[in-house]
Design a protein around this ligand. Structure first.
Ligand SMILES: CC(C)(COP(=O)(O)OP(=O)(O)OC[C@H]1O[C@@H](n2cnc3c(N)ncnc32)[C@H](O)[C@@H]1OP(=O)(O)O)[C@@H](O)C(=O)NCCC(=O)NCCS
Length: 111
C-alpha cells in the first residue's frame, strides 16, 4: 500500500478521489484514530489503506472499519495486498492468491 501519511495534501487527494470509499474512526474528542480506504471497479474492491492508531489497536476497530468500508463498496469481494498485517487478515474469511506489484520501466527481477 502506498504510504501517504507523510504528505497531508497527497493523503487528502487519495481519500477524496473518484471511486474511493473512506471510513474514518474518531474518538470521543473527535480525534482521528483510524481509517480504511478502498477503491472499487463495481465488482471487486481493492483495499488501499487500513490504519489504526497504535494506542487503539487490539479492540476490534480495524476489523470494524474493514467491514464498514467493504459494505459501502457494495461488492462481494475485496483484494488486499499486505506485507505488514498477514496475521490480521488471516483472522478473516479469505482465499490466498499469488500477487505481483509491477514497476513499469524497471528491469525484471531474476528469480
Ligand atoms: C492491522 C491493523 C489495522 C489491525 O487493527 P486492530 O484494530 O488492531 O485489529 P482488530 O482489533 O480489529 O483485530 C481483529 C483480529 O485480528 C487480530 N490481529 C490484529 N492484528 C494482528 C496481527 N498483526 N497479527 C495477528 N493477528 C492480529 C486480533 O487479535 C483480532 O483477532 P480476534 O478477533 O481473534 O481476537 C493495525 O494493527 C494497524 O493499523 N497496523 C499498522 C498498519 C497496517 O499494517 N495496516 C494494514 C496494511 S495492509
Amino acid at each position: 500500500m502506498a504510504d501517504v501519511s507523510a504528505d497531508p495534501d497527497r493523503a487528502l487527494r487519495a481519500l477524496l478521489a473518484p471511486g474511493a470509499t473512506t471510513v474514518v474512526a474518531l474518538d470521543d474528542d473527535d480525534t482521528v484514530v483510524g481509517f480504511a480506504h478502498a477503491l472499487t471497479d463495481g465488482a471487486t474492491a481493492y483495499l488501499a489503506q487500513l490504519l489504526v492508531a497504535p494506542e487503539h489497536r487490539g479492540r476490534g476497530l480495524g476489523r470494524q472499519m474493514l467491514a464498514e468500508v467493504f459494505q459501502r463498496c457494495r461488492v462481494g469481494r475485496m483484494d488486499v495486498i499486505t506485507h505488514t498485517a498477514e496475521g490480521f487478515y488471516e483472522t478473516l474469511p479469505h482465499r490466498r492468491f499469488a500477487g505481483f506489484r509491477l514497476y513499469p520501466g524497471r528491469r525484471p527481477a531474476r528469480g
